[in-house]
Design a protein around this ligand. Structure first.
Ligand SMILES: [Fe+2]
Length: 195
């Protein structure tokens, strides 16, 4: 990394611990959203990354300027090239499968004097309930040990959109339009590479 060009992301954002959704609520949500065969016919679905090989399927249960509710099915991990943040605060509850979350920490100089960002990771088993402030840097990894039919599914509640979102590049924060494919956030764009 170029030690001269690194612009740290905004001030560190608090990582809230993940909590366990109460069993009675998890069971009700799983019944409502995983065992309803007609659910996907009743709501609009977005295939992020293209309909043939989506990396995320988003069922839009509710969408408004103040709050939206999505059902997310994860087919692949988030883009591994950089951590990203979000345009809204959110709460997610994992209804099926498991995820590993990579989290961004402080920026520090490594042995060569280059500035790097510390990262941490946490396991999110089924039933995990996570609050994420909009500026939290993270990426989600789908574990390879999940069996077919266990692709992670989460219920994802967002607050109002109040900022743009992007990626934490060595050169500084980069708007998503300049990182991924502008027409589909699931397709590979130029990433942190130079313009
Ligand atoms: Fe994310």
């Amino acid at each position: 990394m170029n030690s001269e060009g690194f612009q740290p992301h905004t001030a560190p954002v608090r990582v809230w611990p993940s909590r366990r959704c109460p069993d009675w609520l998890l069971t009700r949500l799983q019944t409502k959203y995983l065992r309803d065969p007609g659910l996907r016919e009743r709501y609009e679905t977005q295939w992020i990354g293209g309909k043939d090989t989506p990396y995320r399927e988003r069922v839009i249960l509710r969408r408004s300027p103040l709050t939206s509710l999505y059902l997310h099915e994860f087919h692949r991990s988030d883009d591994p090239r950089a951590l990203h943040d979000h345009p809204w605060a959110s709460v997610s509850i994992l209804l099926r499968g498991a995820l590993i979350e990579i989290l961004g920490g402080d920026v520090r100089a490594d042995r060569n004097g280059d500035l790097v960002r510390d990262t941490g990771a946490r396991n999110l088993p089924v039933g995990s309930m996570v609050y994420r402030p909009a500026g939290l840097l993270h990426r989600l990894v789908v574990p390879q040990w999940l069996r077919p039919g266990e692709s992670p599914v989460s219920l994802f509640l967002t607050g109002p959109r109040f900022r743009s979102w992007g990626f934490d590049c060595p050169q500084g924060w980069r708007h998503w339009r300049d990182f991924v494919d502008a027409d589909d956030t699931g397709l590979i764009g130029r990433g942190c590479g130079e313009p």
